[in-house]
Design a protein around this ligand. Structure first.
Ligand code: NFS
Length: 657
């Protein structure tokens, strides 16, 4: 059974369909366990919200001022405009801009914590963090022409540059843009007048322009949209990713695959699930969990060891650097708590849904929050402080041990199941696997690799859990595309075994040969959502090596199941870099879903979605940026759409089909 949304030409899954289509058998078992135990999850809450408001779904409900809410309906002569006079385009563009600003603030806050940690740990006082990423500090210092010399001094200067991208105080163009943006794009952005100031300044302006009576021109809002998206990329993603590489090092590929999936949790281990986005305290937890003292105490408590597992983007970061197994993306968190085996859920910031607390209480899980704002009503709060991080990590492990003692004799249900994944990918280690970026360009031109496609972003209850990601990735591999993955999407692909070397068997001859020759899997996990900045670098460097523009290359980015507002910035980041974007259903970026129409009503309602804003992303963006957004909810059709896109790009390049 599913919930039909004819005006969107698609449906949303009810529980039965989720259970039928979810590719991970363990998820199914845990869904069933939660149901049998009568514990509410997102599935029940999602059912409770049906049917959803069509105006809300189409971005046509405006709640920004206190006169409304106003619902715009171009088919109803009385509802063509809101009370203030805003039409559909203005409402759609304004809603989009506000969502983008929220996502930018979230990733920007993450970046800020990372950069502030660099500043504290280079201040010369005794800190638990030493700069493990000397290689990145030196490389950035050369790139940004920082005076040679002391590592800490260079790192502080670089942190100042990154801070400028986040907070402002810059004269002229952001240095991060100047040094990382491909020239072709930079010229376009200058021409379009969308070069941003810092992330904070553009978020400020985005909120300003969307207040009552501030901007009546949807095109101006769209321009601010583009500017804010560039600020999101260069004032949030880049500073977070580069800052973490300075602090914790550049990922190096692991020689053996890492075991992933829920089955890595142990009945007799102290299981600490590390969740969030800013992996600063998490790094100390990795160190603490290895310490002889704490391992000894765990042993005395009756456990075999302390086992760390990752969730969401902090989990992705820990996988890349330490091989910590990723276990739960945003929607799996309720599931993994139902194992009864999690002794502590440690959250730094973001993407922990309020419903988690209920499941945590039912299964005796301690939620430990570490960032002042991201709290639960009944959490245990240990506010992160760089200076005390080491003792805080120790305290967290001790709390987890206490919980382990309490749950030891209780009913633990860890459905067996592990898959393997090749991990440790960053820009350098990825290119090194090919023996240089030129080789990758050559494979693309020869057609051994048909294209590069990234699959990122969240899960959404509006789609069968993980089904979209896995179906899409398998189809793309079968076509011969090399697939990157970031964020919560990567959990789906890793759990399905697509990042293991054996998955190369799915690929056609050319891609399989490349995977075998270079020791790759057809899916490359590149890290967290902020590590999409790595993808921006990879896409532009491969294009440069092939002597082509990024917008000419057979590339595509896909967010099959958009969830957080952060996904909007992701999609626009790629669009602005000339990489076309596929967006699953229903995306944050308004875009028409093209389908054959069956009757008059269907047709009229589809037209409603065709605001000028949606038309811009589907068509107009191509003229300005050389890329467009495709909206397609069904993964098999999405795969076809992406294949056709790659195919057209290849033909235009004379690279064959
Ligand atoms: Ni990205 Fe990471 Fe996951 Fe979505 Fe949240 S963890 S920043 S927003 S839910 S992919």
């Amino acid at each position: 059974m599913s919930y039909e949304y004819k005006f969107l030409n698609a449906e949303m899954p009810a529980r039965e369909e989720v259970l039928e289509k979810t590719p991970n058998e363990i998820s199914k078992e845990l869904f069933r366990k939660l149901e049998a135990a009568g514990v509410e999850t997102f599935l029940e809450r999602f059912a409770g919200q049906q049917p959803m408001c069509r105006f809300g779904l189409m971005g046509a409900c405006c709640q920004r001022c206190l006169w409304g809410p106003c619902r715009i309906d171009p088919l109803n002569p009385k509802r063509q405009r809101g009370i203030c006079g805003a039409d559909l385009d203005l409402v759609v563009a304004g809603n989009l801009l506000r969502s983008l600003a929220a996502g930018c603030a979230a990733h920007g806050t993450h970046a800020l914590q990372v950069v502030e940690t660099i500043l504290s740990c280079t201040a010369g006082e005794d800190m638990p963090f030493s700069l493990k990423g000397e290689e990145r500090v030196r490389e950035l210092a050369r790139r940004f022409a920082v005076e040679e010399g002391d590592l800490h001094k260079q790192a502080r200067t670089l942190a100042g540059i990154l801070l400028g991208s986040i907070k402002g105080g810059n004269n002229g163009i952001l240095q991060v843009i100047e040094h990382y943006a491909p020239q072709e794009q930079l010229d376009r952005w200058k021409e379009l007048g969308i070069l941003p100031r810092s992330a904070m300044e553009e978020v400020f302006e985005a909120l300003h322009l969307t207040t009552l009576g501030s901007c009546s021109d949807w095109k101006q809002l769209l321009k601010q949209e583009m500017r804010t998206a560039l600020a999101y990329c260069y004032g949030a993603l880049f500073p977070a990713c580069l800052g973490q590489e300075m602090l914790f090092g550049i990922p190096e590929t692991f020689s053996v695959p890492v075991e992933v999936n829920y089955g890595v949790l142990g009945k007799n281990t102290v299981n600490v699930l590390i969740h969030g986005h800013s992996p600063v305290l998490a790094e100390c937890l990795v160190e603490a969990a290895k310490s002889l003292e704490l391992q000894g105490l765990a042993y005395e408590a009756g456990a075999e060891k302390i086992l760390l597992a990752g969730a969401c983007c902090t989990g992705n970061a820990l996988l890349s650097r330490h091989g910590v197994p990723p276990v739960a993306n945003i929607l799996a968190l309720e599931l993994v708590l139902a194992t009864g085996a999690v002794d502590a859920l440690v959250l730094d910031m973001q993407c922990a849904i309020p419903g988690l607390e209920h499941v945590a209480r039912c299964f005796g899980v301690e939620i430990i929050t570490t960032y002042d704002g991201n709290r639960f009503p009944r959490d245990r709060h240990i506010p992160f402080s760089p200076r005390e991080a080491r003792s805080q990590a120790r305290e967290i492990c001790l709390l987890a041990m206490e919980n382990f003692k309490k749950r030891r004799d209780k009913d633990i249900f860890i459905p067996p199941g592990k898959t393997r994944a090749l991990a440790g990918w960053g820009v350098e280690s990825f290119f090194r696997a090919f023996g240089g970026v030129e080789k990758l360009g050559q494979y693309l031109a020869e057609g051994k690799i048909k294209g590069l496609v990234s699959i990122g972003g969240c899960n959404s209850p509006k789609l069968p859990y993980e089904y979209e990601h896995v179906t899409l990735a398998k189809e793309l591999i079968r076509y011969g595309a090399l697939v990157f993955t970031t964020g919560c999407a990567s959990y789906a692909l890793l759990n399905a075994g697509l990042a293991s070397p054996e998955a190369a068997d799915l690929a056609p001859g050319g891609l399989k040969e490349v995977c075998l020759k270079h020791g790759l899997a057809p899916v490359i996990p590149l890290g967290a959502c902020t590590d999409n900045s790595r993808l921006v670098q990879i896409y532009s460097r491969v294009a440069a090596a092939a002597k082509k523009k990024t917008s000419q290359m057979p590339y595509c980015h896909s967010g099959p199941a958009p969830g957080s507002e952060k996904n909007i910035g992701q999609g626009l980041t790629f669009l602005l870099h000339g990489v076309s974007v596929h967006q699953g259903f229903p995306g944050g970026i308004p875009v028409p879903v093209h389908r054959p129409v069956e009757n008059r009503r269907y047709h009229d309602e589809l037209k409603l979605e065709m605001s000028n804003v949606a038309r811009f992303f589907a068509e107009g963006a191509f003229k300005k940026l050389g890329a467009r957004v495709y909206g397609e909810p069904y993964p098999n059709m999405a795969a076809k759409t992406i294949q056709m896109h790659l195919h057209r790009q290849r033909l235009a390049l004379g690279w064959g089909g």
